[in-house]
Design a protein around this ligand. Structure first.
Ligand SMILES: [Zn+2]
Ligand SMILES: [Zn+2]
Length: 168
């Protein structure tokens, strides 16, 4: 599965060169605010597998609900939010908005999270796990995804250690 997408005006384009680690439907108030909607569908994936092929998205740091270092990336021309990066998440990964895929129906949420702020009129599917806040990843993620994330965290640690060494 190779997913591609982009912003509303087409200036930002990207390819996902791996399958998602996991797909979240996130009902947190940050996701509601930046999408202007009831929830966001976020593809969690290693940054190295997000190939940005159009103009580089701009970003700002959102300091609302999640509190620290939530960097939100958007197209400077049309303002479409394309992905986020969370400072508190270990490793080097992005949360790509599935609504910006050329074929958004190619993915389906594996889990609904932060349902404590879910829109009250929204009924969630009974066959998908739901959590009031975050969740135990080892209970929900496939083993291959856990393995990929562990590898990504190790790689990010090595990279930041070598950056520190060369800065000396
Ligand atoms: Zn655009
Ligand atoms: Zn969220």
């Amino acid at each position: 599965m190779r997913l591609e997408g982009g912003c509303a005006c087409g200036a930002v384009r990207y390819k996902l060169n791996a399958a998602p680690l996991i797909v979240h439907a996130c009902h947190c108030t940050d996701c509601q605010c930046i999408t202007g909607s009831a929830f966001a569908v976020n593809i969690w994936i290693e940054r190295e597998f997000v190939e940005s092929v159009g103009i580089r998205p701009k970003s700002f740091i959102l300091r609302k609900g999640s509190g620290r270092d939530h960097e939100v990336f958007f197209c400077a021309a049309c303002g479409t939010y394309v992905w986020s990066r969370y400072g508190r998440v270990p490793g080097d990964t992005l949360f790509v908005r599935a609504g910006t895929l050329d074929k958004p129906r190619a993915v389906k949420p594996d889990v609904h999270i932060f349902t404590r702020s879910k829109a009250p009129w929204l009924e969630l599917p009974a066959d998908t796990p739901t959590f009031k806040a975050f969740y135990p990843m080892d209970k929900i993620w496939p083993a291959t995804s856990l393995e990929r994330l562990r590898g990504n965290i190790a790689k990010a640690r090595t990279a930041s250690a070598s950056r520190k060494r060369s800065a000396r």
